[in-house]
Design a protein around this ligand. Structure first.
Ligand SMILES: [Zn+2]
Length: 195
C-alpha cells in the first residue's frame, strides 16, 4: 500500500541528507525516484537538493501555482516512478498537499515529504499544517539544542546574533541565520529580543 509520509523537524536535522539517502536506496534497487523541491529555495540553484554534508541531486521544482499531480502524472506516464520525494515541503499549498494524496491514492506511488513544521515565530507552515493533518505516517527527524534537549523551535537571528521576533515567514538569501533550539531556549531568546 502506497502511503503519504511527512518527515518533519526543525532546521539542520538532516532532512535533505535523509531524502538523498532515500533516493540513493531506490536507485540502487533499480527503481526510479522523482525528486521535487520548492522553486523558492535558491540556496543551491533552482532544481537541486543539496545537503550540508555535500550530497546533491537534481530536482524538479514546484511553485505555488504548480499542479503537482499533473506534473508527476505526466512524468509517470512516460517513465514508471517508484516514489516521490519532496524537499522543502513546508512550502506546499493546501491544494498541493491534496494533490499529493491523489498521487498516493490514484497512482499508488508512495510520497515522502521532508520539511519544517514551524517557522521562526512558532507558527505552522501551510504545507506542514496539511501534511500533519493528512499524511499516513508522521516521522520526526530529531536535532538537539545547545543545551542537549530536543530542538523543536527555530530562531531567526540577525547579523549580531540577536533573535528576530517578527517579519515575513520566508526570507531566503538574507544575512539572517536560523538555529534550532528547544522551546525553553526559544522563549528565553525571544524575551531578550524584546528587552
Ligand atoms: Zn535548550
Amino acid at each position: 500500500m502506497a502511503q503519504l509520509y511527512f518527515y518533519y523537524s526543525a532546521m539542520n536535522a538532516g532532512k535533505s541528507t535523509t531524502l538523498l539517502q532515500s533516493a540513493f536506496n531506490y536507485r540502487e534497487r533499480g527503481m526510479t525516484p522523482f525528486i521535487l523541491t520548492a522553486a523558492i529555495d535558491n540556496r543551491s540553484g533552482v532544481g537541486k537538493v543539496a545537503s550540508r554534508i555535500g550530497l546533491e541531486a537534481n530536482a524538479h521544482v514546484f511553485e505555488a501555482t504548480t499542479n503537482v499531480f499533473e506534473l508527476i502524472k505526466a512524468e509517470y506516464e512516460r517513465n514508471k516512478l517508484h516514489c516521490i520525494l519532496v524537499d522543502e515541503s513546508q512550502f506546499l499549498t493546501k491544494a498541493q498537499v491534496l494533490q499529493l494524496t491523489d498521487i498516493v491514492d490514484e497512482l499508488h506511488v508512495p510520497v515522502l515529504c521532508y520539511g519544517l513544521r514551524t517557522d521562526f515565530r512558532g507558527e505552522l507552515f501551510a504545507g506542514a499544517q496539511y501534511l500533519l493533518a493528512w499524511a499516513d505516517k508522521l516521522i520526526e527527524l530529531k536535532t538537539i539544542c545547545h543545551c542537549g534537549r530536543k530542538a523543536n523551535h527555530v530562531l531567526r537571528l540577525d547579523e549580531n546574533g540577536r533573535a528576530i521576533a517578527d517579519g515575513n515567514q520566508v526570507e531566503i538569501g538574507g544575512n539572517d541565520k536560523y538555529v534550532s533550539v528547544c522551546r525553553a531556549h526559544y522563549k528565553e531568546e525571544l524575551k531578550k529580543a524584546h528587552e
